[in-house]
Design a protein around this ligand. Structure first.
Ligand code: CTP
Length: 398
């Protein structure tokens, strides 16, 4: 059994998705784990102690100082006992408390005394999730090694549609199994990510390019590396540091990108083409600086459609993902590109919308796969979006 002998402390906080945590206890138990549950006071408004004691076969704790039981330092004993602490669902409130070192109830004090990793599966309303303070707290905890299972999109309890839904219990369970097996979801896979702009030289001092910062592609490369992939990042000029554990190949022009990709592509499993390729280049490069080059003096030649070219080389085992930058959010255009470039998935985004401008840290997108329903990803950080895009690619691969 995949979790045989593992001791999991499950913290449940006050959120309507708390009922899904009951399924999680069953999955953990069926997989052989021993489970102890701690509820916050608010969680008891959504699920009962009796339900969780029955499912977990263990007493459930809520109070820091229960009147009827000798507990002494039970926050420390729980922290020592656990091989992994899972908090699902985790509200913005508990994330804020943990991120700021607050221990004002049993669950937060256990986390403060933790001796194991902590996996946090978030669930909240979209506006709450997108609140910069919540995002800052998540980023702070991620830097400290807390593992996040990000929320999905869909209809929320408040009848709005957006990001915030707790990830399905079977997927949280899967993440826990992967955690204990040490198997990373992309280990053994070769991933190529292209990122940044291409620049097309006119003369020694001028070029044609675009405003791509490369941040989305770099976040994808980082996420793939975290998941154990062997990642090659083929990047145009950017101001970004190479992500940890990633091999970076620097290119300048679309032609160089095509050459680099042609030589690396055949051995890769997944290609994610996030580079903003210039569609045209000056037909002739002038070695000598031109004097006042007027547009009529710069003859342009079309660059190859790199993704379409590579699409012709694609084998059945390979997965190609492209981006479609659609300023009118034109779904038909994105779907045409999906087909024309022989892609498995296309990420449609529109960086002219407020809040997700070029060069920023946020993005919003819709994922269209060659098969299956589109997935809407509301505004979130590029790191979070990278995780969601790679989740979708992994689902395609499965
Ligand atoms: N792309 C490419 N080669 C090009 C242009 C784009 O490989 N010469 C890739 C991009 O990296 C992206 C996808 O194709 O993954 C779609 O790019 P986009 O600029 O949105 O579409 P285009 O096909 O260039 O069409 P248009 O700009 O006319 O919308």
């Amino acid at each position: 059994m995949p979790l045989s002998g593992k001791k999991i402390l499950l913290g449940i906080t006050g959120c309507i998705a708390a009922y899904k945590a009951c399924y999680l206890v069953r999955y953990f138990k069926k997989a052989g784990a021993e489970v102890k549950v701690v509820l916050t006071q608010s969680a008891t408004k959504f699920v009962t102690v009796t339900t969780l004691e029955t499912l977990s076969d263990n007493p459930v704790a809520v109070e820091m100082f229960p009147v009827d039981r000798f507990v002494a330092t039970h926050h420390i004993s729980y922290a020592e006992w656990a091989d992994l602490i899972v908090i699902a669902p985790a509200t913005g409130n508990i994330i804020g408390k943990i991120a700021n070192g607050i221990g004002d109830d049993l669950l937060t004090t256990i986390v403060m005394a933790k001796q194991s990793d902590v996996m946090i599966a978030t669930a909240m309303n979209t506006e709450m999730f997108n609140n910069p303070l919540v995002q800052e707290n998540i980023a702070k905890l991620q830097k400290l090694g807390y593992i996040f299972v990000m929320p999905g999109s869909g209809e929320l309890a408040c009848h709005t549609v957006g990001v915030g839904r707790l990830e399905e219990p079977e997927n949280i369970y899967q993440r826990v199994v992967e955690y204990f097996s040490g198997a990373k979801s992309l280990s053994g896979k070769r991933v190529i990510v292209t990122a940044g702009p291409t620049i097309e030289r006119i003369d020694p001092v001028r070029y044609i390019s675009n405003f791509s910062s490369g941040k989305m592609g770099y976040a994808l490369a980082q996420e793939a590396a975290i998941r154990g992939a062997d990642v090659t990042l083929i990047s145009g000029p950017t101001a970004l540091d190479t992500p940890v554990g990633v091999k970076r190949i620097g290119i300048e022009s679309a032609q160089e990108l095509l050459e680099a990709l042609k030589s690396a592509y055949s051995s890769c499993d997944i290609l994610i083409m996030a580079a903003a390729v210039a569609d045209y280049r000056p037909a002739k490069y002038s070695k000598k600086k031109l004097s006042h080059p007027t547009p009529d003096k710069i003859e342009l030649a079309a660059n190859a459609d790199i993704l379409a070219e590579i699409g012709k080389m694609k084998k059945a085992s390979q997965t190609n993902v492209g981006f479609a930058l659609e300023v009118d959010s034109n779904v038909d255009n994105a779907l045409k590109k999906l087909k024309a470039k022989n892609l498995d998935m296309i990420v449609m985004n529109n960086p002219t919308l407020p809040g997700i401008e070029f060069g920023g840290d946020y993005n919003a997108a819709t994922l269209f796969a060659a098969k299956g329903k589109p997935v809407t990803l509301d505004r979130m950080t590029k790191a979070q979006m990278a995780a969601r895009i790679i989740d979708a690619i992994e689902r395609l691969k499965r």
